[in-house]
Write a protein that binds this ligand. Structure first.
Ligand code: BV8
Ligand code: ZN
Length: 245
């Protein structure tokens, strides 16, 4: 198996998906075959889904809050913490996961591209998103103390734009790597490559002349766009994949 060299010239951009949390006991989207209560996740995790049935959406996220609060980071999360400690500001972790396990493992340079399960915001007023681990009782839709409108999970739903600042941070990292004359490396782990813009980052890195790695249990929809592909569980592969030089 080729090894991933992380030396003083390496700039490493990591992208993770649900597969990295699977060994912690968090179900993947594919694992649920994309369904929740026979509904397509895209239908529940969407502005339309919230407009049609907000209590169903809160039940979906309350269940996931309960699940995520009961599990712990695994060796895959911990390996990424060690890589960050070794590379410092030449490391950035972009995650599609909303479970917060990377931060709980000790990762610091993290972009939560699709939001965080344990944050809530108002669906109407400018009140900033706030920490909220509440598992709301079935049927309830919490209201905003400031304007009385519905609260919603601070999550990027299908059909919603990502935070421009998050996209900018990822693009700036690749740019800084290129202008520093360093070696840009992109590693995606535990992701099926089905959801954009996350699934398109590999193409941006290739265009910038970067090296590309995929660590995944099954073939991903964008597997062919990666130079190096390692098939396996991230909790088993990541701890031994890198040579810290
Ligand atoms: C947007 C938060 C602008 C919610 C999520 C271009 C082409 C086609 C479609 C589009 C496009 N551009 C935009 C779209 C539309 C859409 C999209 O991509 N649709 C897909 C379904 C085709 N994108 C959007 O809507 C994005 N917004 O583009 O805004 C716009 C606006 C209006 C109209 C058009 C455009 C917003 C996307 C974000 C949505 N929110 N999450 C929540 O979590 O509830 S996405 C959510 O699903 C996750 O965050 C993640 O991104 C995705 C699931 O994918 P994975 O994480 O990869 O998980 P999955 O289960 O699929 O795969 C797991 C993999 O792990 C598997 O391959 C398995 O083999 C592997 N595995 C399992 N165990 C292990 C393992 N690997 C290693 N170790 C193991 N142990
Ligand atoms: Zn409000």
């Amino acid at each position: 198996m080729d090894s991933l060299i992380l030396d003083s010239n390496t700039w490493l951009l990591v992208l993770t998906g649900a597969g990295v949390s699977a060994e912690s006991g968090v179900p993947t989207f594919r694992g649920m075959s994309g369904l929740w209560e026979d509904q397509h996740v895209e239908a529940v995790a969407s502005p339309e889904g919230f407009r049609k049935d907000p209590s169903r959406v809160w039940r979906f996220y309350s269940e996931r809050r309960k699940g995520a609060a009961a599990v712990h980071p695994n060796p895959g999360h911990e390996a990424l913490v060690a890589w960050e400690r070794h590379l410092g500001d030449r490391f950035l972790l972009a995650t599609q996961n909303v479970d917060g396990l990377h931060t709980r493992a000790g990762s610091q340079r993290v972009v939560e591209m699709h939001g965080n399960l344990f944050k809530t915001r108002c669906s109407r007023c400018e009140r900033p998103p706030f920490d909220d681990a509440t598992v709301y009782p079935t049927g309830t839709v919490p209201e905003c103390d400031a304007c009385g409108m519905r609260l919603r999970p601070h999550i990027v739903w299908f059909g919603e734009y990502l935070e421009p600042a998050d996209i900018q941070r990822i693009e700036d990292f690749s740019l800084r790597a290129a202008t520093s004359g360093g070696r840009l490396v992109f590693l995606a782990a535990g992701t099926s490559g089905a959801v954009y813009p996350a699934a398109g980052i590999v193409d941006q890195v290739r265009k910038a002349g970067g090296e590309t790695w995929l660590v995944n249990l099954d073939p991903a929809e964008n597997s062919s766009r990666f130079e190096h592909r390692v098939v396996g569980k991230s909790g088993e592969v990541l701890p031994t994949l890198a040579k810290l030089a």
